[in-house]
Design a protein around this ligand. Structure first.
Ligand code: GLA
Ligand code: ZN
Length: 673
C-alpha cells in the first residue's frame, strides 16, 4: 500500500474478523464501516483453524465469501496469512510446533504467536497454507498489500532451535576455536571441543532470574538473541518468497511493534516492502515516548513513510486498569502518527468480539452493535476528515532532520545483558532522555541505525553506545573530522561485536574522538545522587558516574561531591573540523534540554517552532508542500505564533506570518505552506 501509486489517500480502517460472526451481521458491518469512511480492512489474521481443519483438508469457502463481500463493498484489503496461531490438531499431532520457553518446559496448545520458529512442521504447513492463499487470492486486485503472520516475537529454546543455533554459529564463526575466542570460553572452564557441546542459553544453562533474566555468558546470550531474531525473520521470508512467486509486484510486510527487544527491526526492515507498525502506548507513556517509537519506525527505511497498522480506537484489554482514550485523544494520536510519517491510519478492531480476552478491547462497532456510540462518532468524524480534508496530500512526505540519534539492537541486548556496573542502566530509557530533550525543544530528529549515513546530520547522538561495532568508530571519526558534531555518554565504547572488552582504556575506540579516558565507573543506587554545575545551575548525576581524565577534551562540568569531586563529568573535544561531547552520567530532563539546546544553537539548528512544552511540532515535505503539524498534548489552550504563512488542512483557515494559532486541548493543526 505504501509506495503503491494507485493509493490516493490516507487509508483508513483496520482488523476485521467477520468469521467470528454469523453472516447476517456482515451486511450491517458493511453499512457501518462505510458510514465511518473505512476504505481498508485487514483480513484473515487468525484463521488457520478455519482454513485447514485437518492435515489434508482445506476450506476456503468462508474466506471466499468474505473476500467477495468486501470487494463488492469497495473495500481494499491488507491480506494476512493466518500463520500467527496454529490449529489444535497440529499441536496434538506434531508437538515440535510448540514453543519451549527458557525454563525448558515445552508448551501445550494455547495462546498465539507461540510456534517454534525452527519447527519443521511449522515451516511445512505455514508454507503450504500461504501457497494456497497466494494461488487463490492473487487475482483480487483490491488486495493492496500482504500482512505476513502477526507481531512476531518471543523466543524458543527447544532441541530444534538448539540444532539450528549450532548451524547458525558454524556459518558465522567457521571453527570451534573461533567460537571459543568470541565467547571467551576459557572463562569458568567452558572450552568447547565440538559443535555438539553448544547448548541454548536458557534457565537450564547460562541464564538465571534475578531482577529480570541475566546470563553468565553474555556472548552466548547475545548470539542467541541474534539467532532467535533471525529465526523468526526466516519464517517471515519463507512466506514472503511464496507470495512474491505468485505476485511479484505486490507489497509484502508484517506488523511490527516499535521498540521490541526480541526482534532486530533494523535487520528485518530490509526484507519488508514497507514498515507497518502497531502503536499501543502504555498508560505511563508520554507523547515523547510515542513520538520516539514513530521516529524509530520511520528510520527503519531511511525516512520513508510507514503504515500505522493498528491502534485501539478507545481502550486496550491487557492493562491491569484499562483506561479509555479521552474524547479527542484517538484523533490526536492518529495525527501524531501522520505527523511522524504514517500514510495510513488503521485500528484493531472493527467489531468487538463477544468472547475471550479481546472482548473488551476497543472497536469501531461496539457490543451495542450500532453507530450511536461516542467511539463510533469519533472514528467516523476522523474518517470523514481524512477523506475530505487531508486526502492524499501528505502521502510520501519526508521529514528532514539535522539531528540523529543512533539506535542499535545488538547494543541494546549487550548493554542490558551486562553483569555490572548496574541493573539500573536501561538502553531505551537512556535514548529517551536525549529524545525527550529534542522533543521538548521542538527539534526534528531521526532515529538511525549504525549502518546509516551520518554526513547529512549536523549532530549525531549515540547514547550508551556500549557496543561500538567494528568499523563504527571509524565512521564516527570520519564524520567528526569532516565537521560533524558527536555526542556520547557513559557506558560507551566498552566492547566490540562479541561483547569482548576493547582493552587500552574506556571508551575503547572512541577515546581519541572524545578526547577522554574513563578510568572507573561508579554505580549509584536509585535513592542516591551526585551533582554537577552546568552554566551556573546544579543538576543531578544519577545511576552511573564515570571517573574520567581529560585527554585533549575540555571540561564543561565536574562532580560536586564524593571522592571524585572535581573530576570532569561533561566534556567537549575539538576533533578535526568537528566536535565531540561526552556526558559521563545520567542527569535530569532539565539538564538535557539546556545542554542540547546550547549545542543546537551553536550548530544553528533551529527548532520547528517556538512554543511551550506539550505542543508537539513536526514537519513533512513532499511535492504538495511543506506541512507543519502542531499537536496539543496538554490539558490547556495554547497559542503558537505563526512564523511562516500557511493554510490549515483540517479547517481550511489561512494563517499569515505573525498570526496566532490557538490550540485547545487535543487540537491538531496541519499548516500547508
Ligand atoms: C495486537 C495484535 C492484534 C490484537 C491487538 C489488541 O496488536 O496484533 O491481533 O491482539 O494487539 O490490542
Ligand atoms: Zn524451538
Amino acid at each position: 500500500m505504501i509506495g503503491n501509486e494507485k493509493i490516493k489517500k490516507i487509508l483508513y480502517g483496520g482488523d476485521y474478523n467477520p468469521e467470528q460472526w454469523p453472516e447476517e451481521v456482515w451486511e450491517e458491518d458493511m453499512r457501518l464501516l462505510k458510514l465511518a469512511h473505512v476504505d481498508i480492512v485487514t483480513l484473515n489474521v487468525f484463521n488457520w483453524a478455519m482454513l485447514q481443519p485437518g492435515e489434508e483438508t482445506y476450506d476456503f469457502s468462508k474466506l471466499d465469501k468474505i473476500m467477495d463481500l468486501v470487494r463488492q463493498n469497495g473495500l481494499k484489503v491488507f491480506m494476512a496469512t493466518s500463520t500467527g496461531a496454529y490449529p489444535a490438531w497440529m499441536a496434538r499431532k506434531y508437538p515440535d510446533i510448540l514453543r519451549t520457553p527458557n525454563n525448558g518446559i515445552r508448551r501445550k496448545f494455547g495462546r498465539r504467536h507461540v510456534f517454534c520458529p525452527n519447527s519443521p512442521t511449522y515451516h511445512k504447513y505455514a508454507a503450504a497454507l500461504v501457497e494456497k492463499l497466494a494461488e487463490r487470492y492473487a487475482k483480487y486486485d483490491n488486495i493492496v498489500a500482504w500482512h505476513i503472520c502477526n507481531e512476531y516475537g518471543g523466543a524458543c529454546y527447544c532441541e530444534n532451535c538448539e540444532k539450528a543455533f549450532r548451524k547458525w554459529l558454524q556459518k558465522k564463526y567457521g571453527t570451534i576455536e573461533e567460537l571459543n575466542r568470541v565467547w571467551n570460553l576459557p572463562f569458568w572452564s567452558h572450552t568447547m571441543y565440538d559443535w555438539e557441546d553448544v547448548v541454548v542459553p536458557s534457565l537450564l544453562t547460562e541464564e538465571f532470574e534475578s531482577d529480570g533474566i541475566r546470563t553468565t555468558f553474555q556472548g552466548i546470550s547475545l548470539d542467541y538473541a541474534r539467532f532467535n531474531s533471525d529465526s523468526l525473520l526466516a519464517c517471515y521470508n519463507m512466506e514472503k518468497q511464496i507470495l512474491k512467486r505468485y505476485m511479484p509486484q505486490i507489497s509484502v510486510t508484517t506488523n511490527i511493534m516499535g521498540m521490541i527487544k526480541a526482534t532486530d527491526y533494523q535487520k528485518w526492515s530490509k526484507d519488508m516492502d514497507f514498515v507497518a507498525w502497531d502503536n499501543y502506548p502504555n498508560a505511563e507513556d508520554d507523547a515523547a515516548e510515542v513520538a520516539m517509537r514513530h521516529d524509530l519506525m520511520r528510520g527503519l527505511k531511511q525516512g520513508k513513510s510507514f503504515a500505522l497498522a493498528e491502534q485501539t480506537p478507545s481502550v486496550n484489554n491487557w492493562n491491569p486498569v484499562c483506561r479509555l482514550k479521552r474524547p479527542g485523544i484517538m484523533r490526536l494520536w492518529s495525527y501524531q502518527a501522520v505527523a511522524h510519517g504514517a500514510d495510513t491510519v488503521m485500528f484493531f478492531q472493527m467489531r468487538r468480539s463477544i468472547g475471550a480476552c479481546e472482548k473488551f478491547h476497543g472497536a469501531f462497532i461496539d457490543h451495542v452493535g450500532n453507530e450511536d456510540t461516542r467511539v463510533f462518532r469519533e472514528v467516523k468524524a476522523l474518517g470523514e476528515e481524512l477523506e475530505n480534508r487531508v486526502k492524499g496530500l501528505t502521502l510520501g512526505a519526508r521529514t528532514h532532520a539535522d539531528i540523529a540519534i543512533v539506535f542499535d539492537w545488538d547494543n541494546w541486548w549487550a548493554a542490558e545483558y551486562s553483569a555490572g556496573p548496574s541493573r539500573l542502566i536501561k538502553y531505551c530509557q537512556e535514548v529517551k532522555q536525549y529524545y525527550k530533550a529534542l522533543f521538548s525543544g521542538h527539534y526534528l530528529v531521526d532515529l538511525i541505525s549504525v549502518e546509516d549515513e551520518l554526513s547529512d546530520y549536523k549532530l549525531v547522538i549515540a547514547p550508551l553506545l556500549y557496543m561500538c561495532k567494528e568499523g563504527y568508530d571509524e565512521k564516527l571519526r570520519e564524520y567528526v573530522r569532516q565537521g560533524g558534531t558527536f555526542l556520547s555518554t557513559y557506558f560507551s565504547g566498552y566492547v566490540e561485536d562479541h561483547d569482548l572488552v576493547v582493552t587500552g582504556g574506556y571508551p575503547g575506540r572512541l577515546k581519541d574522538i572524545l578526547g577522554i579516558w574513563v578510568e572507573e565507573i561508579d554505580a549509584l543506587p536509585s535513592e542516591e545522587e551526585n551533582s554537577f554545575i552546568y552554566k551556573g545551575r546544579t543538576y543531578p548525576a544519577q545511576i552511573a558516574c564515570d571517573l574520567m581524565h581529560l585527554r585533549g577534551a575540555g571540561e564543561l562540568a565536574h562532580y560536586e561531591s564524593d571522592f571524585y569531586a572535581g573530576m570532569p563529568v561533561i566534556t567537549e573535544h575539538i576533533f578535526g573540523k568537528g566536535k565531540a561531547y561526552y556526558v559521563g552520567t545520567r542527569s535530569s530532563e532539565a539538564f538535557y534540554l539546556a545542554f542540547i539546546s546550547d549545542i543546537a544553537k551553536e550548530l544553528q539548528i533551529t527548532p520547528v517552532i517556538n512554543a511551550p512544552e506539550g505542543i508537539e511540532a513536526t514537519v513533512r515535505e513532499n511535492e504538495n508542500g511543506n506541512f507543519l503539524f502542531l499537536l496539543n498534548h496538554t490539558q490547556d489552550t495554547v497559542v503558537v505564533p505563526v512564523e511562516q504563512a500557511g493554510k490549515d488542512l483540517l479547517t481550511g483557515k489561512e494563517y499569515s506570518k505573525g498570526d496566532d494559532v490557538v490550540l485547545n486541548r487535543a487540537d491538531v493543526v496541519i499548516l500547508q505552506r
